[in-house]
Structure formats: C-alpha cells, structure tokens
Write a protein of this length. Structure first.
Length: 148
C-alpha cells in the first residue's frame, strides 16, 4: 500500500513499528471524531466529522491489513528462488521489478520495489534472487535484491 517493500528482519521490524505508531494515531483520530459526531450540536459539523471518521476507518483497515501480512512475513518466513522478468509499476511506490517464483508447486508472479538497492545492480531479466513468502500469503512474495 503506502510503505516500501522490504524483506530483511530489521527492515520488517522497523516497518512494523512505524505501522503500529500509525495505527495508534489513526485509532486516536477515530475515537476523537466519533466523540465529535455524537457531541456536536450542528448537523453540518456531524456530517463533516462522520466523513472524516469514515476516511480514518478505511485508512486503519488498509494499514492493519498490511501490518498483519508483514507480521506473518516476519514471524513465519519461507524462502525460495525467484527469477526476474522485467520492470513494472508498484502502486504508490514507483518503479519495481516483476518476478516469478514457485511455492508448493504453484507459480506466482509479483512486483515489488528494489529500494534501497540500485536498479543497475539487479539483473533484469533472468536474474535469480531469493524470495521471501509465508504459507498464509504465498502469492505475496518479496524478492530480496540485496546480495547475501
């Protein structure tokens, strides 16, 4: 969604801390706007706060989904070899690299950013790199572009 595609344990842990702080702030905003919807006397203020409340709930849902996925990726990782295919666009993150990998006999295709590795250090197409995935989210693998 809005955070970088990351795969090392330290980077995933840092990302989880940032998302946890964001979730706390979003929940605080939800509680505050819920209070304002209930307590405000004027109808227009209630409508405005209800709209803000709706947006905060949607943002919380999106961030929490990513939080659950990356928690799984951090705590239950599996690794396989993947092959780069070409370049792609990652929504909200810019240019990425499309790759293919196999998990439990099924082939998956994904696209993720290569940040912080430089683009010219990655072999595209036919580059072979490790892919991190979980049993719960086999279709959401993340390629590790950093050399070991």
């Amino acid at each position: 969604m809005l955070l970088l595609s990351i795969v090392t344990d330290d980077e995933l842990l840092t990302s989880q801390i940032v998302k946890a702080i964001l979730l706390v702030l979003l929940c605080g905003g939800i509680i505050y706007n819920l209070y304002r919807v209930i307590r405000h006397e004027t109808r227009i203020r209630r409508i405005i706060n209800a709209c803000i409340l709706f947006l905060l709930v949607v943002a919380t849902f999106i961030v929490s989904r990513e939080f659950v996925f990356e928690t799984s990726l951090l705590n239950e990782p599996k690794f396989t070899e993947g092959i780069t295919i070409g370049y792609c666009n990652v929504f909200g993150r810019g240019e990425g690299i499309e790759f293919e990998y196999e998990a439990d006999g099924v082939k998956y295709r994904c696209c993720n950013t290569f940040h912080p590795v430089s683009k010219d250090s990655i072999k595209v197409p036919d580059g072979k790199y490790k892919v991190r995935y979980t049993d719960k989210y086999k279709d959401k693998g993340r390629m590790i572009f950093k050399p070991e």
